[in-house]
Each structure stands twice: as structure tokens, then as C-alpha cells.
Design a protein around this ligand. Structure first.
Ligand code: FAD
Ligand code: PHB
Length: 378
């Protein structure tokens, strides 16, 4: 269920194991292809794409990141991923979706767009999926239908445990036709609130501004956006952020959420359907990829060796890693943003956290390891 990154990568990995799948997606292919969302891939996701034949474009056109430029106390502090001997890559989510969707189509895979799943039945025996007035029988269901999908709701409330935390701010995300002014993704940890300059291509900048959680993008004129970005990101006497035509803007909420367990009978939840993180750590898409790697291996062991051990451990395996991802994303989100109503002591501690991370070897290595991706277990 779902032709986002999780559903498409799972279908691709299963195909390589000789396992047939059908992907059911509620929206049109054009809609899924054009959604502006995540932008950073962990090293192991890039390697997975390269090893499974969908990495040609990311290898050629992706922007390899050497680190993050944290700006606080009026100074730049580059935390390099070489501190952990690793890298991350800027490759927009819609391009990854395109890489996977084209590979599935080229291999004769079935992706049924505009086919919303409306109900799931018999998840303990032989599942039946209801979609668009039709039914599909299958061995297993992968709920890759995102945070607002319906698969999670098929787990009985007596079994499902939900952990939820909502942050008291949001991000205004902006896409602009302007070349990145600086070579590295740049974080302004500023008393006026947080801002980030990221990139999508050598000609397009992706920018974020901390804003109220219920803010409306219509409250942000182009002039206000650029003036706040300059105030939070530029350094005195340094190169100024490049301006350009704003082609898209929208407000995203900041939330951490985990559903446990991630399996119920023959239903597996993967990606945003099971867990979300605030976008600060760039982990949502990468966490979805980690889940489907584990799931593809578990299903391959079932079909090839009749071994269901990995299926039994699916939820535990994914959640162990996911809670570490939640820890990192929550810590980062708490450290770089300005919270409403905090006292001077808490703000001073935030600065100490930034200093520990950027100015000590242990801090830099820990950040680099987490940002470029923790290991994925089988
Ligand atoms: P999704 O991409 O949500 O895909 C789920 C798919 O299921 C969708 O195509 C949906 O249409 C489909 N679907 C839903 N219901 C049904 C149904 N009933 N039947 C069939 N299909 C259904 N992450 C980052 O790492 N960095 C970022 O900067 C970042 N920015 C984001 C900005 C926004 C506005 C949003 C919403 C998310 C952002 N994320 C970011 C998170 C990241 O995009 C997600 O973690 C990632 O898309 C998860 O992939 P997924 O395949 O699990 O879910
Ligand atoms: C992005 O480019 O969207 C992005 C980059 C780094 C982050 C979060 C988001 O930490």
C-alpha cells in the first residue's frame, strides 16, 4: 500500500528476490512525482540504490555533502562527516521516487495509481485488500501508506501502542530558483529562531524558517521570507544568501510519533505509516528505507528457506534502530530551535549542546555517525 519511497523500494527489492508484488497508490503518478519533501540520503541508502541498479542518476547528479555548517554565536562551525569516515548525499525525494518508479515499470512491475485502499481483511490468514471497488488476495500486506494512511488503523487498539510528541513550532519550507550561496547545508541557530539553507540542484536552494506550528504560508511574503533568512543565516562581512524566484512554500508541523508493534499478523507497517520524526535530522525518508530493507530480507527468508524468524523479529529489529533515530531527531530539534517561554538557563544549555557537538571530537563524530546513518540490521 503506497507508492512513496517505502512502497516503491520494497517492491523493487522484492522483485530482485523473485517475489511478486502489486503497489496500490491512492494518488496519481504526477502527484507522487511532484511532491517536494525530503532531500538528504544517508550513505547506505545511496549504496543500496547503486547496488540494486537504481543509483545511476544519484551517482551522477546527486550533491555529495561533506558536512553541515552550524552558525551560532555569530560564527560558522563546519562539522564534517569525515569525522566518522562517511558522507551523505543531496538527492530530492521526488527524484528517488522517479528512479524507483521507472525501474519498476521497466521490469514490468504493477503500480496501480488512483487506487486507494479502503479496507483490509483476514490479516491473520490470507489477507484481502479492498481498493477502488475491487479485491486483491495476497500472502502479505506492506502498509507503506504514510502517516495519514489507513494500514495502522487495522491494528486493534488493544494491541497498538502509540508514542506521540508534538513540538511547539513548525517549519516554513521554501523552494527558490537561486544557486546555493555556500557549499554546505547551513544551519542558523539564531536567537531570532532557526533557519536552514539546503539545496536541491546547483541552481535551486531549499530553505526552511522556524515559524508558529499553525502558521500559514500566506502570512509570509517573499520580502519577509528573504529578510528573515538573511537575519538568521548571513554572517557579518560574509557572503550573503542568494535570492531568487520562490516557486513553492508551505508549512510543515514538527512531530515525533512511533507505533508499536510494526507487525500484526500478515500486515507490516513501514516508513511514515509506523513512525515520523521532526524533519530537522533529515531522517524520515531514510528511516523508511531501513524498514523496507529489513522487510525485504524477512520475506525473502520466508519464500526461499521457509524461515519466518526474521518476520517474527521484524517489528523489534526496526524499532530498535528507529528509537535511536527518534532520539537523534528529537535531540537535534530540541537543541537548534528557539522554544517559546524558555528561561535563560535552558537557552544557555542549548548553546552548550551546540558547542559540545561542534567543538569536541566526540561531539563531531557522534553527530556525523547519526546524520550519515546508523547501521541497518538484518
Ligand atoms: P509517503 O511518502 O507518505 O508515501 C505514502 C504513500 O501512500 C503516498 O503516496 C500516499 O498517497 C499513499 N497512500 C496513502 N493512503 C493510501 C491508501 N489508503 N491507499 C493507497 N495509497 C495510499 N523527511 C526528511 O527526511 N527531510 C525533509 O526535509 C522532509 N520534509 C518533509 C516535508 C513534508 C511537507 C512532509 C509531508 C514530509 C517531509 N519529510 C521529510 C518526511 C519524508 O518525506 C517521509 O518520511 C517519506 O515520504 C516517508 O516515505 P513513505 O513511503 O513512508 O511515505
Ligand atoms: C533538506 O534539504 O530538506 C534538509 C536538509 C538537511 C536537514 C533537513 C532537511 O537536516
Amino acid at each position: 500500500m503506497g507508492a512513496g519511497p517505502a512502497g516503491l523500494m520494497l517492491s523493487h527489492l522484492l522483485h530482485l528476490e523473485g517475489i511478486e508484488s502489486v503497489v496500490l497508490e491512492s494518488r496519481s503518478r504526477a502527484h507522487v512525482r511532484e511532491r517536494v519533501r525530503a532531500g538528504v540520503l544517508e550513505q547506505s541508502v545511496v549504496e543500496l540504490m547503486q547496488q540494486t541498479g537504481v543509483g545511476e542518476r544519484v551517482s551522477r547528479q546527486g550533491i555529495r555533502m561533506r558536512g553541515i555548517d552550524f552558525r551560532f554565536d555569530g560564527e560558522p562551525h563546519l562539522v564534517e562527516f569525515s569525522a566518522a569516515g562517511r558522507y551523505a548525499m543531496v538527492w530530492p525525494q521526488h527524484e528517488l521516487v522517479e528512479d524507483l518508479a521507472s525501474a519498476r515499470v521497466a521490469a514490468g512491475g504493477e503500480i496501480l495509481y488512483e487506487s486507494a485502499v479502503t479496507a483490509l481483511e483476514s490479516l491473520d490468514a490470507r489477507p484481502v485488500i479492498h481498493y477502488g471497488g475491487k479485491k486483491l488476495g495476497c500472502d502479505f500486506v506492506a502498509g507503506c501508506d504514510g502517516f495519514h494512511g489507513i494500514s495502522r488503523g487495522a491494528i486493534p487498539p488493544s494491541v497498538l501502542k502509540e508514542h506521540d510528541h508534538v513540538f511547539p513550532f513548525g517549519w516554513l519550507g521554501v523552494l527558490a530558483e537561486a544557486p546555493p550561496a555556500w557549499p554546505d547545508i547551513t544551519w542558523g541557530c539564531h536567537p531570532r529562531e532557526f533557519a536552514m539553507m539546503s539545496m536541491r540542484t546547483p541552481a535551486m536552494t531549499r530553505l526552511y524558517l522556524q515559524c508558529a506550528p499553525d502558521d500559514d504560508a500566506a502570512n509570509w511574503s517573499d520580502e519577509r521570507i528573504w529578510s528573515e533568512l538573511h537575519a538568521r543565516l548571513d554572517l557579518p562581512g560574509g557572503t550573503k544568501l542568494n535570492e531568487g524566484r520562490i516557486v513553492q512554500k508551505g508549512v510543515a508541523a514538527m512531530r515525533s510519533y512511533v507505533a508499536e508493534p510494526m507487525r500484526h499478523g500478515r500486515l507490516f507497517l513501514a516508513g511514515d505509516a509506523a513512525h515520523i520524526v521532526p524533519p530537522t535530522g533529515a531522517k524520515g525518508l531514510n528511516a523508511a528505507m531501513a524498514d523496507v530493507r529489513v522487510l525485504a530480507r524477512a520475506l525473502a527468508a520466508h519464500y526461499k528457506r521457509g524461515d519466518d524468524g526474521l518476520i517474527e523479529r521484524y517489528s523489534e529489529t526496526c524499532l530498535r534502530r528507529m528509537w535511536l533515530v527518534e532520539r537523534f531527531s528529537t535531540w537535534l530539534c530540541t537543541t537548534v530551535h528557539r522554544f517559546p517561554d524558555t528561561d535563560a538557563f535552558t537557552r544557555r544549555l542549548q548553546l552548550a549542546e551546540l558547542q559540545y557537538m561542534a567543538l569536541t571530537e566526540t561531539g563531531r563524530r557522534s553527530f556525523a555517525e547519526n546524520f550519515t546513518g546508523l547501521p541497518v540490521e538484518a
